[in-house]
Structures are given as structure tokens and as C-alpha cells.
Write a protein that binds this ligand. Structure first.
Ligand code: HEM
Length: 568
């Protein structure tokens, strides 16, 4: 393809033979045309070539993950899960937002001991995903476009602005931990561990940043796929609920219960198999000419372990299109393994890659997914939504996923019926604990400048925008919304992407928490966003790939428009 040889592997055995057994030559990464220094810059460990920097960074990443796993990830996933269940109970249609808040807040806590950077992290991470995905930026397909000079390249401008913001975010986060360590108030985090051990904080800033990036957007995919799976396979939701109720006698699954909940672990693993979060894998590169089964593979070829294909192998996964956690629990299946107190688990699963480049985040993935899916099954009966007009189930797609490197199901309708009043009372109780902590954390962070990102960690500026203004909006949410300050930015260059609006809103009657909003103008997102001016609809567009970052998918009425702001 345009002068590069690509090798696609859709068999786990072949992937293992090449990428693991011949790891000495198959552990490099290819150059990403739209991020041409990815192999050398030391910014993103997962994208580095097989260099000394990669080896050092991978060792550090592995050490931090191990240390954190030993302390059960400081209980952060469980704390955020309780908040997540509460959000889901309050407003199920906004599940995309709640899922992403759950994953990005959890990983922010793990990385820096605070959830505060989560919103900006989501923003910068999504941008990086676009930068490196084949479908996210044209130079990744038409590689000669990488030679377009920076001033003329919309991709370079966009990436430059994104990177600058990310850099400021990561520096600010590390500064925050430093300050808190100095005061003896820092919660457990990867960065704190490095500081306590006298490690290289400068390098750790990048490694921990990459770990946060890796966790912020990936884990949401299987949580959303779980919701999709139980809409199509309600019998597995029932089996899961039977196990949870039978074993825990009404309690909500905690990480300590994992040995006793094999069905829950099987559901977690099967969701990942059924809908691989990284369906095309992250490519390796081969450093020397090689021959395998009569095929010549030239040095420099890009090697893709096609995770999707691997999960469709009928010898390993009979009836592969079916969502069937039973394949991990019943000795009649080739994937069954004993003892069930330990298996199934995610260690060594093909979906996390091969050889020396395997994923380092499995302890986080495993705990986040166990708690999130276990909590959802414990609290809700998820089912297809009934159309009030026809009385029929509304359409839920089967496999309509987003096109970037990390694939997620596009939005679909469902109902989340609370399973009992008692459970909802417990959700509220546990949320109160999480909320009290959040209040304290908000106060702590108040005096701290998170890279000038604003008191709520909202993106404050972006070089891709060229002028700005401030105006007021009122949101349409059953008449109980409080109008809040909104920042709007005009973009004079329609080809330069960026946020058009951002701001925050809160209910004046306490019916929903303060939330942040971001609206974009173009991109691949699917949430429609309507903006009206002076009561009339002035424009309608899809929110950018970030989706609508607030809790609502509202109509926004602009009340006051500054002279500098122009509709275009
Ligand atoms: C559902 C969630 C996740 C999935 C499906 C996933 C999957 C993957 C895959 C397929 C690779 C490439 C492996 C290869 O090249 O052979 C990878 C690499 C990596 N992952 Fe994950 N990952 C997930 C979450 C995480 C999390 C939470 C972290 C946080 C620490 C993480 C850290 C990494 C790192 C550091 C690498 C690069 C390793 C290297 O290049 O040496 N991942 N992951």
C-alpha cells in the first residue's frame, strides 16, 4: 500500500508464532505518517520503536502498574463505580457521558491521585486517537501528505494545538501531586510512587500520561458493548444477576468477591471477545527479512494482529457471532479452563496483544470492567426501549461501531429499570460517600491552576481558534436549568477543527450535578446538537468526535451575543 508492505494476521497461532516467538525482530512499531516522530520522541510509550527509551519506559510502566495493583488500585475503581451507578440511575440516556466520566476519572485518580484532570484528558486523548487512527487523519492513508508544511497542513495545526494542551495538562498534574506530597496530603498515584522512590519525574510524566491516555478511552468500549450485549441477550443478564444475588445475598459486587463470581468474569471476557475494543490491533513492525510458512516478509513490513479476525476463529470460538459467556464456563468448549475461582480472567488474552508489546493495563481493565458490569447487573434490568407509540421494542443495532482505532458502539436506545427501591437507596447512600469526597477534592483543587485550564478543568484556549467571545446561554431541561457562563469561539478557518462552545451548567433545583459542555462543529461524533439564536434555529450540526460532553443533549438558546461573535 503506497510503498509499504502490510501483513494481516487473523489467527492467534500465527500471531503468537511471529510476534511472541520471534519477538526479537517483531517488536518494533511502524512510523505513523501523521505523527512522524512517534518511534523516537519518547512521548507515547505504546507508539515508540524498539528503542532503549521504550525499554526503560516499559519497565517503569510495568513497575507502577504492579505496585498499584498490589494495593487494589487504591480502591479508586470502586469509588468511581458508585458514582457511575448513581449517574446511570439519574439519567440513563446520557450513558456515553457517564461511562467516559467513570473511566477517565478512575484513571486520572490512578495517575495523579485526583479526578480533576479527567475532562481535559478526554479531550486531548480523543484528539490523539484521531491523529494516529487510519480513519482519523488523511496523511495516515495518503502518507505523502505528511510532507505538507505545517502552515498549510490542517492536520499538523490540529495536532500541534492538541499536543501543547496535553503538555500543559500533564505538567500541571505533576505539579499538583508535588504540591500535595509537600503538604503530606497526596493520595496514592503512579506519580506519587515515582516521587517517593526518587525516580525520574520528567520521564514519569510522559509514561504516566500515556497510561492515563490508554485508560481514558479504551475501557469505555466494553462497558458500552455490555449494554448492547444484554439488550440482545437478556438471558445472560438474568444468569449474571442470579449469580450475583445467589452469592452475595443482595450485595453489590466488590473486587474482593471476584473468586466467587465466575459468570461475571466470563461476561467481562466474552464482551471483549464479542466486540474487540481495538479490532485492528496496534501494529508491530518487523526489523529483519523473515520467512514464515513459505511467505517472505520483508524488513520494515507493518504487521497487524487483526484482533477482530482472531475472535472469529471457529475452532477456538464455536459460533463466534453469538455472545456466549458459557464458552468460558463450560468444559465442552475449547476455551474452558479450571479452576473457576481463577479463570476466566484477562491475563494473556489475545485482545491485549502479543509478545513484548502486550498491553500493560490489564489490572485496571479487569477491575474496572468487573465492577462496572457487576454493578450494572446488580442495580438495573437493562432492556430494549419500548416505543410508546407502537408498543414495540425500538431498534438496537447489532454491530454499528465507530471507525477509529478504539471502536465503540454508536449510540442506541435502551431502558435501565432499577431492580428494587432498596438497591436504589443503596446506590444513593454509596454515592453520598463518593460525593462528600468529591466536594473536599474540589475545594483542594480550587486554588490550583491546572495549566490555566479553568477552575473546572475546562479547556481554556486552543491555538486553532482565532477569536473568542463570551455569552450567556440557557439550557432546556424541563425548565429547571440555571443559565451559566458559556464561552464561544469563532473559527474563521472552517477547515481548522476545534471546539465551538464550551461551558458548564448546573441545575438550580439540584436535579442534576454541575456538568461541563463542549460542542464541536465537525468530526465523526454522532450526537446532534441544535443551537437557536433569538428563538429561531440558526444551525444544526453533529457534535464533534467528543460528542456532547455535558449531561444533556439539549437545545441551547443563546441569550446574548457579543459583537465579536459571528455565526458562520
Ligand atoms: C479495554 C481496554 C484495553 C485494551 C483492549 C487494550 C489493548 C491493547 C493492545 C491491543 C495493545 C497493543 C499490543 C501489541 O502491540 O501487541 C495495547 C498496548 C498497550 N496498552 Fe492497552 N488496552 C487497554 C487498556 C489499557 C490501559 C487501561 C492501560 C493503562 C496502563 C494500557 C496500557 C497499554 C500500554 C502501555 C501499551 C503499550 C505496550 C508497548 O507498546 O510496549 N492499556 N493495549
Amino acid at each position: 500500500m503506497f510503498g509499504t508492505v502490510h501483513v494481516w494476521i487473523s489467527s492467534e497461532q500465527v500471531a503468537h508464532d511471529l510476534l511472541a516467538k520471534r519477538a526479537t525482530i517483531y517488536s518494533d512499531r511502524p512510523t505513523i505518517p501523521n505523527l512522524p516522530d512517534n518511534r523516537t520522541s519518547g512521548e507515547y510509550l505504546a507508539l515508540l520503536g524498539r528503542t532503549e527509551t521504550w525499554k526503560r519506559q516499559r519497565r517503569l510502566c510495568s513497575h507502577l502498574m504492579h505496585t498499584s495493583a498490589l494495593s487494589s488500585l487504591h480502591g479508586y475503581p470502586s469509588l468511581e463505580r458508585d458514582r457511575f451507578l448513581h449517574q446511570m440511575a439519574a439519567d440513563p440516556p446520557s450513558y456515553l457521558e457517564w461511562v467516559e466520566q467513570f473511566t477517565s476519572r478512575t484513571v486520572s485518580r490512578l495517575a495523579w491521585g485526583t479526578p480533576h484532570p479527567a475532562q481535559v484528558l478526554r479531550h486531548t486523548t480523543f484528539g490523539l486517537l484521531e491523529t494516529i487512527s487510519p480513519s482519523g487523519a488523511l496523511p495516515n492513508i495518503l502518507s505523502f501528505l505528511r510532507h505538507v508544511p505545517a502552515w498549510a497542513s490542517p492536520w499538523k495545526k490540529k495536532e500541534g494545538a492538541r499536543k501543547a494542551l496535553e503538555e500543559r495538562l500533564f505538567r500541571a498534574n505533576v505539579g499538583f501531586v508535588e504540591e500535595r506530597v509537600g503538604r503530606g496530603e497526596a493520595g496514592g498515584s503512579f506519580i506519587r510512587t515515582v516521587m517517593e522512590e526518587g525516580g525520574d519525574v520528567d520521564e514519569a510524566r510522559r509514561v504516566v500520561g500515556l497510561m492515563a491516555i490508554a485508560g481514558a478511552l479504551t475501557i469505555g468500549s466494553p462497558i458500552q458493548s455490555y449494554l448492547l450485549a444484554v439488550c440482545h441477550y437478556p438471558e445472560w443478564q438474568r444468569k449474571l444477576q442470579d449469580e450475583i444475588d445467589g452469592v452475595l445475598g443482595g450485595g453489590c459486587p466488590q473486587w474482593e468477591d471476584r473468586e466467587r463470581l465466575p459468570t461475571l468474569r466470563a461476561v467481562v471476557k466474552e464482551v471483549i471477545r464479542w466486540r474487540p475494543p481495538v479490532p485492528t490491533g496496534i501494529p508491530h513492525a518487523v526489523e529483519k527479512d523473515d520467512v514464515y510458512n513459505g511467505y517472505f516478509i520483508p524488513a520494515g513490513a507493518t504487521i497487524h494482529a487483526l484482533e477482530w479476525g482472531i475472535t472469529r476463529d471457529e475452532t477456538m470460538y464455536p459460533d463466534p457471532e453469538a455472545f456466549n459467556p458459557g464458552r468460558w464456563l463450560d468444559s465442552a468448549y475449547p476455551t474452558y479452563r479450571e479452576p473457576l475461582t481463577q479463570y476466566p480472567n484477562l491475563a494473556g488474552f489475545s485482545q491485549f496483544g502479543f509478545g513484548r508489546r502486550t498491553c500493560q493495563g490489564i489490572p485496571i481493565v479487569e477491575q474496572d470492567l468487573f465492577l462496572a458490569m457487576g454493578g450494572l447487573a446488580w442495580a438495573f434490568d437493562i432492556c430494549k426501549k419500548r416505543d410508546p407509540a407502537t408498543g414495540r421494542d425500538m431498534f438496537v443495532h447489532w454491530n454499528d461501531y465507530t471507525p477509529l482505532l478504539i471502536a465503540k458502539p454508536t449510540k442506541f436506545p435502551f431502558d435501565a429499570h432499577p431492580r428494587s427501591d432498596d438497591k436504589m437507596a443503596r446506590v444513593r447512600e454509596r454515592y453520598e460517600v463518593a460525593r462528600a469526597l468529591e466536594e473536599r477534592e474540589r475545594e483542594e483543587a480550587e486554588g490550583y491552576e491546572f495549566a490555566d485550564l479553568g477552575p473546572e478543568g475546562v479547556v481554556d484556549d486552543d491555538v486553532s481558534r482565532q477569536s473568542g467571545g463570551v455569552f450567556q446561554v440557557e439550557e432546556d431541561k424541563g425548565g429547571v436549568g440555571e443559565a451559566k457562563q458559556f464561552d464561544a469561539e469563532e473559527e474563521s478557518d472552517p477547515d481548522v477543527p476545534g471546539l465551538l462552545y464550551r461551558g458548564s451548567s448546573a441545575s438550580s433545583e439540584g436535579s442534576w450535578p454541575e456538568t461541563e459542555w463542549e460542542y464541536g462543529r465537525w468530526g465523526s461524533g454522532s450526537a446532534p446538537c441544535v443551537v437557536s439564536l433569538d428563538g429561531g434555529v440558526a444551525g444544526e450540526w453533529k457534535a464533534d468526535g467528543l460528542g456532547v460532553k455535558g449531561k444533556h443533549e439539549p437545545e441551547v438558546r443563546v441569550l446574548d451575543i457579543p459583537g465579536s461573535w459571528r455565526w458562520d
